[in-house]
Design a protein around this ligand. Structure first.
Ligand SMILES: Nc1ncnc2c1ncn2[C@@H]1O[C@H](COP(=O)(O)OP(=O)(O)OP(=O)(O)O)[C@@H](O)[C@H]1O
Length: 594
């Protein structure tokens, strides 16, 4: 379930800094294109301001019965509108190009940050909520950028140009129209702020909803067998309903803008009509002035309206940017030291020296563990669920750093070597097989499509995967994504084993599968695993009695502590915790309940 993004936003204060940061980091590199857009904007505004001037001049000329203007005005209008039209097209095309590029740049940064970052950072939010950062949030950001680059620039410039035209036609009337503006500005700003607050709550709620939906779909099998449909439907209904209420509220707030601007426009027009009528009567104004001025007012009213709406869109984007930077600004804690060197693994002896590990201050998962995992041998971890087996395993590739003590491989503290070289020496085979949506070849060869063919086949043969791969329509080039469903659990496991054979790392971390495969698959997988373990330093979370019995050393854990170590025979003779666990589980052929 998505955790609530508990960030409280102080809207007015952080709007500018965050927009400026966005400008500096993402928009500024495209200054060249932006300048081009600006030139087009000036053209658009300039041509727009000519409309009222043309109307005024044409009407005045008609009144004077001037012949020339009848010929010139239509041609002039065509030229002006054509220039404006093409400029608008250019501006839209350029804007879309730049904005899409900025979006892609920002998404890549976010993705790299998450992939390079700590496991704990990714684990803090549901994957559905994180996915949403890439989708919904970017629609807000993109929308705001597009509107700023097109509507905002164009409309601001148009308003300025039209106001200049208005002043030229009749400065006193312009002044009178301007009196209305201060009355509408504050309510518009208030609505904008309200919308941004609502956008944040809506996004949090949508994050929770996305988490709920993806969880239930992933766990559909379980949900059905436990008759959980009504429970899930109830949870979903309340989540959908909360989103609905927030959206209705936001739509109502947004809806208030248009009438507000409409009324303001009406008041301005009425005032102008009254004033100008009065001035025409007094002989201070012409009919041309009147027509030109009203044209200008109408021309300005549309941009003023859209600018009013723009503030709401920007507020939503700022809320999305706050969420974006909250992730991107989080510094990873697991980093290479400046003088980190590649690790040198000769034998692969792993030593935990007084290791303490806490997930949080109050969750001690490993409590002063000292243990030597001998090189080239198999060490089995057994113990009750929650005793700390997986935690110990995840410390070896440095997915987490020890809270206290040290983890040393062949005499080198793993915090002092590069993470890349460390992980190069470790293969992980886990019960939840992770295949990437790519070819079988790429899945075995760790993402490299240009890898050595012979080695790939050798690895697949060692994992007893070659035969079934050859039966697939495109052999090693078959896509795992499209045929993922057609692969059986055992086949998927064998591909993941082939990957470990291909990597050929001296240290093997193995989380044995608990789900039973059919006996033929099971036999093949077991054979392959045994072959893989041979000669490597293997740390295995053992669920099968056979694995435990054959292990060179068994480590029994309880509540984050090691309570016994020894071989199977030694521990049975000792008749302690292991012997009890063994007798208890003997009937199930499972040594540590998952
Ligand atoms: N990401 C996490 N955040 C907080 N606490 C965690 C996290 N992962 C595990 N724990 C806690 O740490 C302790 C050890 O968990 P761990 O997963 O290592 O046990 P385990 O022996 O591997 O259990 P199992 O056999 O069920 O996988 C447990 O109390 C567990 O609740």
């Amino acid at each position: 379930m998505a955790k609530k993004n508990s960030q409280k936003l102080t809207f007015s204060k952080d709007t500018w800094p965050i927009l400026m940061r966005m400008w500096r980091e993402w928009v500024k590199p495209y200054t060249g294109s932006l300048l081009l857009i600006l030139c087009l904007v000036i053209l658009i505004a300039g041509t727009a301001s000519l409309y009222p001037v043309l109307v005024k001049m044409a009407l005045d000329a008609f009144t004077d019965k001037s012949q020339n203007i009848i010929m010139v005005a239509p041609i002039f209008i065509i030229v002006v509108t054509a220039v404006k039209g093409f400029s608008m097209l250019g501006q839209t095309v350029l804007t879309n190009r730049v904005v899409s590029q900025i979006e892609a740049d920002m998404q890549l940064k976010l993705y790299s940050h998450l992939i390079d970052g700590d496991i704990s950072q990714i684990g803090r939010q549901s994957s559905a909520a994180l996915t949403q950062r890439f989708t919904t949030d970017f629609t807000y950001i993109k929308e705001a950028l597009t509107r700023i680059s097109t509507v905002f620039l164009r409309d601001t410039a148009t308003i300025i140009a039209v106001v200049i035209a208005m002043i030229w036609i009749d400065p006193i009337l312009t002044l009178a129209s301007a009196v209305v503006a201060p009355f509408v500005a504050p309510p518009i700003a208030k609505i904008g702020k309200k919308l941004r607050r609502m956008s944040t709550s809506t996004q949090e709620q949508i994050g929770e909803m996305a988490g709920l939906v993806s969880e239930s779909l992933q766990g559909a099998r379980v949900a059905k067998t436990y008759n959980l449909e009504d429970y899930l439907k109830g949870k979903a209904a309340s989540s959908f309903n909360e989103i609905r209420l927030l959206k209705v509220k936001a739509a109502n707030a947004r809806g208030r803008l248009d009438p507000l601007l409409e009324i303001a426009g009406g008041i301005a027009l009425a005032g102008v009509l009254f004033l100008i009528g009065w001035r025409i009567m007094a002989g201070q104004s012409s009919v041309g002035d009147f027509a030109g001025f009203v044209t200008a007012l109408l021309l300005a009213s549309q941009p003023i309206r859209t600018l009013g709406n723009l503030s709401a869109i920007i507020q939503e984007a700022v809320a999305a940017l706050v969420r974006y930077y909250a992730i991107v600004d989080e510094k990873p804690t697991i980093v290479d030291t400046p003088d980190a060197k590649p690790i040198n693994v000769s034998k692969g002896k792993i030593r935990l020296e007084n290791v303490v590990f806490k997930y949080r201050e109050d969750v001690t998962a490993l409590d002063h563990i000292t243990l030597t995992i001998p090189a080239g041998k198999t060490t089995a971890l057994v113990g009750r669920s929650g005793s700390g087996k997986s935690t110990m395993m995840s410390l070896v590739p440095r997915l987490y750093d020890v809270t206290d003590g040290a983890l040393v491989i062949d005499g080198q503290d793993i915090r002092e070597v590069t993470q890349h070289s460390l992980r190069d020496k470790i293969s992980v085979v886990s019960q939840d097989v992770m295949l990437f949506d790519d070819t079988i070849r790429a899945n075995i060869a760790l993402g490299r499509n240009d890898a050595d063919e012979e080695r790939i086949i050798e690895a697949a043969k060692a994992a007893a995967a070659h035969d079934f791969i050859m039966k697939a329509p495109e052999g090693y080039d078959s896509q795992v994504g499209s045929m993922g469903t057609r692969l059986s659990g055992g086949e998927r496991q064998r591909i993941s084993l082939a990957r470990a054979f291909y990597k050929n790392a001296p240290i093997l971390l193995l989380d044995e599968a608990t789900s039973a495969l059919d006996s033929e698959s099971e036999r093949l997988v077991q054979q392959a695993i045994r072959k893989l373990m041979h000669g490597r330093t293997t740390l295995v979370i053992a669920h099968r009695l056979s694995t435990v019995r054959d292990a060179d050393m068994i480590v029994v854990m309880e509540a984050g502590k090691i309570i016994e170590t020894g071989t199977h025979d030694e521990l049975i003779t000792k008749d302690g915790a292991y012997a009890r666990l063994y007798r208890l589980q003997l009937t199930d052929d499972v040594i540590s309940p998952a």
